[in-house]
Each structure stands twice: as C-alpha cells, then as structure tokens.
Design a binder for this molecule. Structure first.
Ligand SMILES: [Ca+2]
Ligand SMILES: [Ca+2]
Length: 142
C-alpha cells in the first residue's frame, strides 16, 4: 500500500506541467494587456474624474485648472453616455501643490468633498457622492 502512495501517475504530472505552462503564459501576457489600457493614468499636475468606480474604464476627465460648471463637459476615452455632469464615481488628485474641492452644484456651490493632494476617493451606486459632482476647484476655497 505504502509504495503505491508515493507513485504519481504520469498523466497527472503532465497535467500539472501543462497547467503551469498555461498559467505562466497567461501571467506573461497580462502586462502587455495592461500597457495598452493605461488610459486611466492621471497625468502629473492634474485632478482626474472617472466615470466609473475604482478609477477603471468608462471615461476620464483630466484637469489642470478649475471648472465651475460641468454641464458642457464630457469624459474622454468614453463611448457611451459621456456627459461629465453628475456622472463622476471616482477621483484621483495627482496635482502639484493643492487639495482639490469637488461640489454638488455648478458655481461652485452646494455640498463639497475634498481630495487631499496625492489622494483619491471612489464611490459606488447608492453612496452620496456617486454621480453628483458638477464643479471643482483647486486649493482651499476659504
Ligand atoms: Ca458614474
Ligand atoms: Ca450635481
């Protein structure tokens, strides 16, 4: 009995090797795919609004300056329902020196949430700030 337990059937060994090779190929293939989809990267000096949660696909709006009204703005790299107003679900502040302040209404006006310099936030459906922003500005509004 004992000597049988030490023997590994040859087809099983082949399966494990095949699986390992397949996994290796998959892992090796991944970075190339990511390199092609780094569209979500937020350039230095910008604050970036993303249409979807978790800074993922869907659309991005990059700003070096302020915008008091999103009603005439759209997400870049977006293919469907791309109006910026009331559609932001995540933000990254990759600015140079200031926190960014994001507002419920144009003006800017209404409720405000800030993103610390170098920070980011994300919201999902049902959370207050999901799909609500209509303007932003840099630095302390005072
Ligand atoms: Ca959204
Ligand atoms: Ca709004």
């Amino acid at each position: 009995m004992a000597h049988v337990a030490h023997r590994v059937p040859r087809p099983l060994v082949l399966s494990i090797v095949t699986l390992a090779l397949t996994a290796g190929l998959f892992v090796a293939w991944q970075p190339a795919a990511d390199a092609g989809s780094d569209w979500s990267e937020c350039d230095a000096g910008r604050v970036c609004m993303y249409k979807n949660a978790s800074w993922t696909t869907g659309g991005i709006a990059e700003y070096g300056g302020n915008d008091p009204d999103y009603s005439n703005n759209t997400f870049e790299r977006c293919y469907l329902a791309c109006s910026l107003n009331d559609k932001t679900s995540s933000i990254r502040n990759n600015g140079n020196s200031c926190d960014s302040y994001h507002y419920e209404d144009a003006g800017p006006d209404g409720a405000m949430v800030f993103i610390a310099l170098g920070g980011s936030k994300t919201w999902v459906s049902g959370q207050y700030w999901n799909d609500r922003m209509s303007s932003h500005q840099w630095c302390n509004p005072a």
